[in-house]
Design a protein around this ligand. Structure first.
Ligand code: 26Y
Length: 803
């Protein structure tokens, strides 16, 4: 029997029903009478996964047969969320599945809701990797995602009296139906040990080794015409790590300790998205991912070729930030130590293969490792980096204060990534400009063609078709099919922006999304949300630079104003917050607590509760975003200018017809250019103004003294209005706002306030608001991740689409 003979018949309802029952019986081991919702979900997932296999095989075979170049996207994070509905939609099976389930009295939505999120990422960077994988499969870019199969993804957030509490996430507890485990594809990854000389060459003798085992999940593109692989590594101890002698002697824990240490490499995702560093486990995790992946890449190349000097013609490796930046030294090491390359030739090959995407300018987020730690964990790589450093200094000629890959006792991973890549990209036009001017001016002078911009994008399949089926249907009814893969077709909506019946239909879709969200929050968290109010939403990681603080301060000002003048015709608002703080980020946690404290007071005040509500559902993540974004009227993108590299939530909101209130930061700049300045609520200082203002001593105090509204807000907080049981709870925050305020919350407050007044005015005229919202949707085509991926293919990877 050949593979072709095993092809599945057409996915008719009859066959799909058979397949579902077949999996229920033979994979899950249950009969329909005794099946739980979980059992049905597992059976359904397997039936869907079956349908992914043929496109997957076909794509893989074609790539081999046509000897195509492949891209390898190396990322410590893949924030993919749930897969069942996504795969079902991309395979074109949503209607069939719904029909078949209906026959059993089951609802697809209900079953899909039981799937845990694969939260293998912190935020934007991880979610971007997930969108790009889906787009690569949709546009036919042969490629692989390489990451870690964390046992525990991003922690679960709950609130205890308003305070964030973290508990371990456990997405694998019930097993996952999606991955194919390939224990045969396992690689040894070495750590520590020493360098020894052998026949005049240096050799690395690692002190310990951990096995990396592959788990593959097919990633099917929209329409099912192409599929790629997400390969996640899990750490397995070498069998010899288990000390049977000690175990038999009764030392059970000690006997297992080396094993546990090995497994810790894929045990848990680091929950920080800025500062880390100095943590040996994190460096070991990064090397574990990188080494296993690079070994796998070379094995695959050598299965069809023998000349490694031609690697760049067939292989592109993209580094998602510096986290896998050890890929340069690792590739050089393998070429030199295992394949007989000279150093310079190895560097040349590595550099032509590698690309580096920078996602942040925050100095604390640029990875640096101490030379001591490097020597201890990766002595051979340190040696290679030292040589690269010497060459890099030579390249700078007589420059007095040369940039170093190693400065003092620190290895600078950003500089290393730059030096070993042929392209370095920022993630929005503004950000790429700042990467050039602020981060890598010297590198840029030496390699003027290396830095390029690739503005981020998001997949319209998950973020419109899946998340917002009502709006998606209205769009299809209005502009026809095909926008899913050609998002510029949304432009066709412009012609309907003044059509009352279309605007009405849009308004109904928005309202239904709001009711669906309100129903969910009530059911899940017991929080009441009035659906006739303006939904004003800020969801993203908690960070001072993202300025959730500015938002809650303004909310307090609103509260005070309503109290002072209840009859002034206020537009009812629901302020919705969502997001997690890194467990050790105390200021961010204080801000979370403040938001929750404010919600207690505001929501329970009979004078205001009909006009203002503050809700902060805990544990924001991909699945909550899918429910919330379609329901939003207003999208808060209010970071201090120059600090948000791009943002991608901003794109998802605008694509779903929310208007943005935002600063000239990251991709906001380009969103505003696309949707039109009239359809965007701009406020705040520019990047240049921010820099100038920061240099003014006492800027915060001066701004507060200029603003009566802000003074009243700070006074209320300082007096304990929102923390009556502990009046000084927010003394630290208030003090920071008066005296330092690095993120210019005070300086931008009045401008934000003015923009919010404009929001009220626009929302008060519902025809005008809806017109603006529709124009936003119509003009968001550029922000499809298909466009971004095609740019990577053209400008960085040099890969032709296979479709
Ligand atoms: C080194 C470690 C602590 C670390 C881990 C995760 C450092 C940074 C991160 C994550 C960064 C991140 O998510 N950056 C975001 O990337 C998005 C995709 O490009 C951008 O849209 C967003 O502006 C940026 O903050």
């Amino acid at each position: 029997i050949r593979s072709d003979d095993l092809s599945l018949p057409e996915p008719t309802p009859e066959h799909f029903r058979w397949s579902l029952l077949n999996h229920l019986q033979y994979t899950v081991g249950k009969s329909p009478e005794h099946a739980s919702k979980f059992d049905w979900r597992m059976a359904l997932s397997h039936a869907i996964r079956d349908r992914a296999v043929n496109p997957w095989f076909n794509s893989t075979r074609r790539t081999w047969a046509e000897d195509r170049k492949r891209v390898y996207y190396l990322s410590m994070e893949f924030l993919i969320g749930r897969l069942l509905e996504d795969m079902t939609i991309n395979l074109g099976l949503r209607d069939v599945v719904a029909e078949v389930l209906d026959g059993f009295g089951l609802s697809f939505a209900d079953i899909a809701e039981g799937e845990p999120d694969a939260a293998l990422g912190n935020g934007g960077l991880g979610r971007l990797a997930a969108c790009y994988l889906e787009s690569m499969a949709t546009v036919g870019c042969p490629g692989y995602g390489y990451g870690l199969r964390y046992e525990h993804g991003l922690f679960k957030q709950s609130f205890d009296h308003g305070r964030q509490v973290e508990t371990p996430e456990n997405w694998l507890a019930e097993g996952t139906p999606w991955d194919f485990t390939r224990t045969e594809s396992a690689y040894h990854v070495g750590f520590g040990g020493e360098l020894v000389e052998e026949d005049g060459v240096q050799r690395w003798r690692p002190g310990s080794q951990v096995l990396a085992a592959a788990h593959d999940t097919p990633v099917v593109g929209y329409g099912g015409r192409w599929a790629n692989t997400l390969r996640l590594w899990s750490a397995m101890p070498n069998a010899d790590l288990f000390d049977l002698g000690r175990f038999n002697a009764g030392e059970f824990a000690a006997a297992s300790e080396p094993e546990a240490l090995a497994r810790s490499l894929s045990r848990v995702l680091y929950p920080n998205d800025t500062t880390e560093g100095g943590k040996q486990l994190r460096l070991s995790q990064e090397y574990f991912l990188t080494s296993a992946s690079v070994q796998d890449i070379l094995r695959r190349y050598l299965a069809a070729h023998d000349d490694l000097s031609r690697l760049p013609e067939y292989v592109a490796i993209q580094m998602n930030d510096t986290h896998p930046a050890i890929a340069g030294p690792e590739l050089i090491r393998l070429l030199v130590d295992e394949h007989g390359f000279g150093f310079d030739a190895a560097v040349d090959v590595a550099t032509r293969v590698l690309g580096y995407t920078n996602h942040t300018l925050l100095p604390e987020a640029l990875e640096r490792w101490t030379v001591g730690l490097m020597r201890q964990v990766l002595p051979r790589h340190l040696q290679i980096i030292e040589r690269l450093d010497t060459q890099f200094v030579e390249l700078q000629g007589s420059r007095p204060d040369p940039v170093r890959l190693i400065s003092g006792d620190q290895v600078n991973m950003g500089d290393l990534a730059f030096a070993t890549s042929h392209r370095v990209n920022g993630v929005s036009a503004l950000h790429s400009e700042l990467v050039r001017k602020e981060l890598f001016p010297v590198h840029d002078e030496l390699h003027p063609d290396r830095i390029v911009n690739i503005t981020n994008g998001v997949t319209p399949r998950r973020w419109l078709k899946l998340a917002n089926p009502e709006l998606a249907r209205l769009i299809t009814d209005t502009v026809g099919e095909g926008w899913e893969t050609d998002l510029e077709r949304l432009r066709g909506l412009e012609a309907h922006a003044d059509d009352p019946s279309f605007l009405d239909a849009f308004g109904r879709a928005k309202h239904r999304a709001k009711e669906a969200f309100a129903g969910w929050v009530m059911g899940e968290h017991g929080l009441g949300v009035p659906t006739d109010a303006l939904f004003d939403v800020q969801v993203k990681r908690l960070h001072e630079y993202k300025r959730q603080l500015l938002n809650i301060l303004w909310t307090i000002a609103r509260y005070q104003r309503i109290k002072r003048d209840p009859g002034a015709g206020w537009v009812p608002r629901v302020k919705i917050f969502g997001g997690k703080a890194a467990p050790s980020y105390h200021t961010a946690k204080d801000i979370i607590r403040l938001i929750n404290d404010v919600s207690q007071i505001v929501n329970n005040d009979p004078d205001t509760r009909d006009l203002l509500r503050v809700v902060f559902p805990p544990n924001y993540g991909v699945s909550m975003a899918e429910k919330l974004i379609p329901a939003a009227d207003l999208s808060e993108q209010i970071s201090t200018a120059g600090m948000e590299a791009s943002g991608t939530g901003n794109m998802k909101f605008a694509l779903n017809g929310a208007l943005t209130i935002g600063t000239l930061d990251g991709a906001n700049v380009e969103i505003r250019e696309h949707v039109g300045a009239d359809n965007f609520f701009l406020f705040g200082m520019t990047t240049e103004e921010v820099a100038a203002r920061r240099a003014e001593p006492g800027h915060a105090r001066a701004a507060i003294e200029r603003s009566q509204a802000l003074r009243d807000v700070l006074q209320a907080i300082a007096e304990g209005t929102f923390s009556p049981d502990e009046p000084h709870r927010y003394g630290g925050l208030v003090d920071m706002l008066w005296n330092s305020d690095w993120f210019l919350v005070a300086s931008d407050f009045d401008s934000y306030d003015a923009a919010q007044t404009e929001v009220d005015r626009a929302y008060g005229d519902s025809g005008r608001w809806q017109r603006m919202a529709v124009l936003n949707i119509a003009r968001m085509g550029y922000f499809s991740s298909d466009r971004s991926v095609r740019e990577y293919m053209r400008e960085i990877w040099d890969i032709e689409p296979a479709l």
